[in-house]
Each structure stands twice: as structure tokens, then as C-alpha cells.
Design a protein around this ligand. Sequence first.
Ligand code: PBG
Length: 322
Amino acid sequence: MKDRPRRLRATTAMRALVAETHVLPQQLIYPAFVREGITEPVAIQAMPGQFQHTLDSIRALACELVEAGVGGIDLFGVPDQARKDASGSQAWTTDGILNRAIAAVREEVGDQLVICADTCLDEFTSHGHCGVIRDDGVVDNDTTLELYAKMATSQAAAGAHMVSPSGMMDGQVEYIRTALDENGYTDVSIMAYSAKYASAFFGPFREAVGSTLCGDRKTYQQDPANRKEGVREALLDVAQGADIVMVKPASHYLDVVADVAAAVNIPVAAYQVSGEYAMIEAAARNGWINREQAIAESLVSIARAGADVILTYWALEYSRRS
Ligand code: PBG
């Protein structure tokens, strides 16, 4: 027999030598939550090991990320419930919790991390939708774009290197790019949540941000059945000026990650979401799965599919092990 693929699997050293895919700390982004009005970090029940941070603890976390060589942080704000309103105005005020967190992290670590911010209204609206709602109950695309522009500009002013529109409104990338440029933020980049699916795997995140959503996001997030549409969305965002396009969730959408990676000539990100995290943590807690191996395998699979950048709640832990 001439062909014996097992030769290259014979020892640990041989396997390492010929591994096709590597996941490096520098390509990881840690999504993190900052909550208004707390004095100690609050554990997120459905995401064991993850916390809602205070402005102090997020600074400390940012320093740990730098030390571990993690590439970036993606900040989400959790405002006081009483401060939420129909348009989500805490999203763009200077003293809104997310903008304060961006400023704190930028002051703490400067350019040593890529500081990203979630550019979406759902954490800030009283109804929990990603945009403003018309009288007939529909999320209004074009009115929402104006608010995204204000939000992105305020995030750039607070010190974000990258804004990441995740609301799936049509035209959001172009609208935000124009607003950033008009306000002098030509160097602030856009990581577009391009192919974002209406997914049950966002479940634990809703607790993490204290979501008030009733119903679902199916009129703006994509149907999980659609693969070509993911490529269409990514190409639209490239044309609108996205610097990075993202597919989300990651593990159940690796076909979309691969298709998008083949279709675009800019970096592709994939977001390993809260439900992907929670499932592995829960199985590991029951002794049903080898936790470290499952984490590493899930990450390498996402990279193998074609993701250049991976958003993962394990970014810090994984990087410390690497
Ligand atoms: C919306 C947003 C969501 C997530 C990131 N940004 C939730 C949603 O669209 O319902 C989910 C992230 C995760 O589940 O880890 N701004």
C-alpha cells in the first residue's frame, strides 16, 4: 500500500507539524458586558464563567486580555432598566453605560487591544427590539439608520477602534460609514454583522443584557434555512464599505462561513454565540464532554471553515492556554 495517511498521524509531533489550521490569540475577540449601577461583577447564570462587569472590572479584564495576547474586545452595554426608552437614547449619550465603558477601556489599554463596540439599540430600547417601532408594530428600517449613525459616531468619539452594527437593518453599513466619515472618523473601522440569523442560540445572551424583548426578530434577522442569502448580505456589506464581514452564530453556520470566505476579499469574522458557549459548558458540568477539547475543537472548526477572526467567550481562557 503506497497511500497510508496514518503515517502523518503517528505522533503528537507529527500531527502538530502537519496541522492545517491554527487558532491564535491575536485573532480572537472577547465579547464582554458592562452594566450600569452595580458595584461588583454579576455572574450570568446561563453563561457560567461570564459576568456583567462594572466600569472597574472591565478595565481589569481589558488588561488581562492584553497580557494574554487576545486581539480585541467587543463591548455591550447593559443600562438601568429605568433608563430604557422607545428609541434607546442611552445608546448615544456620552454618559450612556456603553460609551463610558468604551472610554474607560481605551484609557486603560490604548491601542493594545482592538476595542469594538456593539452598534445596536436592543440593549437600550424599552421594547427590546434592534430598532424603533412604527405604529403598526413593524421595526422601521430607515428611521433606525439615523439612530445607528448617532450611536456609531458617539462610539467613535468615546474611543472605539471599530463599530459593529448588529441590527440587520438594510443599508446600515453605508449609513454608518457616511456618518463616521462626515464626523472625521475615517479611521474607525466597521465590522458588519452581515449574515446574522434569527437563532435560538442567542438565548443566554438575553439574560446577559437584561433583554426586554417579547416576540422575535424574524423580520430583520435571517431565516436559518437560507445559505445563499448569507452570501448576498455579506456582498452588500462589502459594497457598502464594511472592513470585516461577520457570520453569526458560528458552529451551526459553517457552510455560510465557508461560502462568505470564498466570496469576499476582506477578513471574515464568525461569532461563537452565547448558546454555543452554554451548551459546551453545560455538558462539561455534567461530565458528558471533555471541556477543553470541546472548546478547542469548536474554535478550530470555525477557523477551518474560513473565519479569520473569531468572537468567543472563551477568548481569554483559550489564549492563556495557548
Ligand atoms: C443584538 C445582539 C445579539 C447578540 C449579539 N448582538 C442578540 C440578538 O440578536 O438577539 C447575541 C450574542 C450571543 O448570543 O452571544 N445586539
